[in-house]
Design a protein around this ligand. Sequence first.
Ligand SMILES: Cc1cc2nc3c(=O)[nH]c(=O)nc-3n(C[C@H](O)[C@H](O)[C@H](O)COP(=O)(O)OP(=O)(O)OC[C@H]3O[C@@H](n4cnc5c(N)ncnc54)[C@H](O)[C@@H]3O)c2cc1C
Length: 496
Amino acid sequence: MESEKILVGDALDLRMEQQARPKDWVPPEPLPRYDLVVIGGGTAGLVAAHGAAGLGASVALVERRWLGGDCLVTGCVPSKALLRSARAVQEVRRAPELGVGATLGEVDFSAVMARMRRLRAEIARTDSAARLAEIGVHVFFGSATFSGQDRIEVEGRTLRFRRAILATGARPRGLSAPGAGEVPFLTSETVFSLTERPRRLIVLGAGPVGCELAQGFRRLGSEVVLIDRGRLLSRDDPEASDLLRQVFEREGIDLRLGQAPTGVRLRDQEVVVHLAETEVSGDRLLVALGRDPNVEGMGLEAAGVQVREGKLVLDERLRTTNRRIYASGDVAVPYQFTHAADATSRLVLRNALFRGRRRFSELVIPWCTFTDPEVAHVGSAPGSVPPGASTVRVGHEHVDRPILESRTDGFTKLHVDRRGRIVGATVVGAEAGEQMAEIVLAMSARLSVQQLVDAVHLYPTRSEVVRKAAEAWLREHRWARLRRWAGLALKLGSAA
Ligand SMILES: Cc1cc2nc3c(=O)[nH]c(=O)nc-3n(C[C@H](O)[C@H](O)[C@H](O)COP(=O)(O)OP(=O)(O)OC[C@H]3O[C@@H](n4cnc5c(N)ncnc54)[C@H](O)[C@@H]3O)c2cc1C
């Protein structure tokens, strides 16, 4: 039984709503036909609408809830605001290690959440309905349903289009264990409406959302049990999972890995999760078992858009089986991140409006889980490194900045092909996500590790790790060969 409250509904939330879904919004009179209709006003939809309007196209955007979508209301923005407060707690706890006396007072959980709502309301201005209207986008609030190959219905209005983009996002997967119907649980949609700190939070699922929130709530003072049938962050490098496991154990998170729930029930107002040989209980249960694309209830059949096993059927250019309709963001691709929503919308815009031929597989899409340390990855993973490529690893305990910060938990791994180009990387450490920028640029621009080494990196920064890793690869694979040749040349020279 999923809790339903997404917003608290206080003055801060009303301020957010006034931007993201104004109560007094008067929808415009629809044009006879739009160049582009965008369905969904999350990151993917907003990027598409802004881009197309900027190019002079006539654009309508339909949103059933709030502009800004998941990222603004129930995803990146609230989670990163909460994690910032959690990090502050950890900084105070660790201050004595730096010679600074500090004692942690009581964490005011409701103030932490109010700060989050205040920042969310502030950020909502960026993508407000008023801003979209200013650039000429026609904004309609309501659920869009296709009524034909080239038209949708929204709140009794028909919008016809030359091209459409499905940007309807994804939603948290529910709980299917026996007993799920009787047990109240939170998901990423509802967890940010908490105003009281859970005493003991059970988190089901140790993917990015589960891991970030488990650590966040633990640092803010909840007892936390984290359950997963596999390891932490199963899509990341196993060494990264292992390092994070050690950090979580140190911070007192009760980890139940390699265990799946066999059932759930309520006992004296407590949620009980049964595992194969034991059970755990808590006052709150957070289900973070992944997210499914929103493809239902839109009349996709009427538009000739095919869905297979709950996913849109798309070609490499992210076009659906109706050649007028494209898709981007969480509904379209397995990389369910804001930057992927942004990138796929840009790609789709070119393909939809300019008959472009850009392929999804050409994009280099990194990801980062904002735990502490952060876990960031791009490209090939250890198990899928192409033949002939090799891996170098630099531990952050060998780099000055992490040493000086007393934050050496972490490493940088580069997978490099024979030609000296990076094909994949994992960075674990403080601000690992920031370090990824250089690696992604190198991969996108096909720079060689030699070029990375030649670029002067600021000292002392964490970016030096990337240079050191690139240098380590050159030392092992190029310079050793050069030294051998040089040695041979010297020998030949002295023999002559
Ligand atoms: C807790 C959490 C933390 C996250 N943190 C990060 C992070 O740090 N970094 C990162 O990159 N990503 C993060 N993400 C993922 C990120 O939020 C999503 O990848 C991103 O929001 C996807 O954007 P989108 O536009 O594809 O979908 P959404 O933002 O979900 O937007 C889709 C929109 O479509 C609307 N819609 C759906 N159906 C219809 C319809 N029929 N008619 C009209 N409107 C419709 C929905 O209401 C919604 O507003 C996080 C996600 C969660 C849950």
